[in-house]
Structure formats: structure tokens, C-alpha cells
Design a protein around this ligand. Sequence first.
Ligand code: ACO
Length: 320
Amino acid sequence: MTLRSVILGTGSYLPKKKVTNDELSQYLDTSHEWIVERTGICARHIAAEGEYTSDLAVKAAQQALEAAHLTPQDIDLIILGTCTPDHTLPATATRVQAKLGMTKGIAFDQAAVCSGFIFALATADAYLKQGMAKTALVIGAETMSRVIDWNDRSTAVLFGDGAGAVVLQAQKETDRGILGSLLRTNGAGYDSLCTTGGPSTTQTSGFVKMSGRDVFKNAVQSLGEAVEEILKIHDLSQDELDWLVPHQANKRIIDATAKKLGLPDEKVIHTGAEQANTSAASIPLALDKAVRDGRIKKGDLVLCEAFAGGYAWGSTLIRM
Ligand code: ACO
């Protein structure tokens, strides 16, 4: 009998502090107009001192569990998509496991930068389908503010902090659930979007540096292919899609992907204006927002996509 990984609940969390473009412009040589025109971003949330990636993840996870009417004891797998772990080792997911009060199961991190949630979702789907776990928490959580050089205008304006989570359960005889995922990487893009350091190279975490134009060009091209290919694999047409829930890196990249799909903007979930690029957290944050405000409903066909440093990118089709 075919097993499907069904989303039972979603949750999210944004730190209280919000920083607008105008506030950044007070000390950086930039402007609200420049940032909005190039990216669509107006503001970003920033974690408080002493508030870590694991704290954000736990809050999003608790909300997702509540929505699913489950407790941490019902979970036997946590996969945390993050590129900003609390410590270099061990996996932040194990800290989340402890903070949730879970004493069984498996918890590990998945590193695919902004595609971390898509990769984590595909991994959890494979675990559930193989019977290695029954009910999973898949989380994307980031404190990007900790790996940003706040004096570098080319990156400081782009990122924010936050977390989103879904509860995924293996179920039989259902049309709902993850229909499939398509994941790709190309290490030739490694230097185009990376940090200036790392434990093995500089013994520091370093700051994000990016060749914006290269990333933009590759993102538009790869995402266009990734969304077309996954629809083809599943013999679906773009007209059958109810929603596009994209990674929120840049409004212009999202618009290009929606155009490729022929999807009107009303079918695209946008959160970038108020949250900026929260890396692995952006897709589950957007999904949760649209589920809670009633746009995404049970039975809807949702396409998620992300492009990230690595390069690592992918798409996922979900029947909600
Ligand atoms: N304010 C004002 N001027 C700026 C700023 C800023 N914040 N940042 C850069 N500039 C300047 C540059 O210095 C440059 O000036 P110059 O011509 O005097 O040298 C000029 O603006 C143009 O710079 P570009 O980098 O060429 O600007 P571009 O139009 O490419 O826009 C941007 C930059 C927004 C980063 C764009 O390239 C982009 O969106 N790239 C994709 C980035 C992205 O999505 N990254 C994340 C994806 S993966 C992930 O999520 C980790």
C-alpha cells in the first residue's frame, strides 16, 4: 500500500525586533527605494541577544504541533534545515529535541542553505516512506543576522531571522501529502554565495559574501527548469496548481518563476517585503502564513521551490 507523507500542521515564529530599510539607511549608504526596487524587501526581523536558532525552531515547532493536535512525544524524527546552527557541533536539531522534551527518535540538521527546508522535507518524506519514522517535525530556522556583516550594504539589506515548521505523518490510502521532490546541486557555484570563514578554514563562522548578479542569473534559470520538470514528472499542468510558495530571496526572482509557470500573482505567496530572506525558514514561514489566513486549504495543490548557495536548489509538490 502506498504511503504518503501528509502535512498535519504548520507553525512559525518571527523575533519581535523589526528593522526597516529606513533604519538601515541611517548608517548604511543605501535607501528604502533602492532596496525595494531591487528586492521587494521593506523590513526584516532580528533575533534578540541570547535568542538562538534553536529557540526560534522550538517556537515554530510547538505551534505546528498544536495545529496538528499532537505532542512532542508523538514525534520520532526531527530534521532541521539551517545554515546558522547554535554551535558548530553537535546538530542544533538535538538541542531542539531536548528543549521540546522529546526523549526518543532521531534529530539531525540538514545543510542546504536557503534550500534547507526543501531538502529536509524530501529527506523526511523518504524516511517516512521507508518506515524509518512515522511522524516528523520538519523545521527551517535561521539567525542570518549573526552571519551578516552589517557594514556591507550589498548583503546587510537582504536577510532576516525566523523559523517555520511542519508536522509530517506517514499515512496510507490518501490523496494528500508530498507527491514528490526534485533536488539538484552544482558545486561550481560554491564561491558565488558563501561565508568568508568556517570552522575548518578560519575557525570563525565568517560573514556572507555573494556575487549577486551570478546568483540572480542562476536562480532564475535553475528555478524555471525545476518547476517545469517536477510538473512534467507528475504529469500535471500549471493550471492545476493552486499555489506557488517560493523561497523569499528576491521578489524579482519569484516573479520570473511565476511568469515561467504562467501563474497570476494572486496565486503566489509573498512574505519577503516584511521578512526579507530568512534562508531555510522562508518557505515554512510563508506556508504557515497562508494556511493560517485561510488562503491555502486542505486539498490544494502547492508547489514550493528554492535556490541557494552551493548551488543547491529544488522543488516540491504537496497536496495539502
Ligand atoms: N544600496 C545601494 N546601492 C547598492 C546596495 C545597496 N544596498 N547594494 C549594492 N549597491 C550598489 C553596488 O555597489 C553597485 O554600485 P556600482 O555600480 O557603483 O558598483 C550597484 O548598486 C549595482 O550593484 P549590483 O550588485 O550589480 O546590483 P544588482 O542590480 O545586481 O542588485 C542584488 C543586487 C539585489 C543583490 C541582486 O543581484 C540580487 O537580487 N541577486 C540575487 C541575490 C539573492 O537572491 N540571493 C539570495 C539567494 S540564495 C539565498 O537565499 C542564500
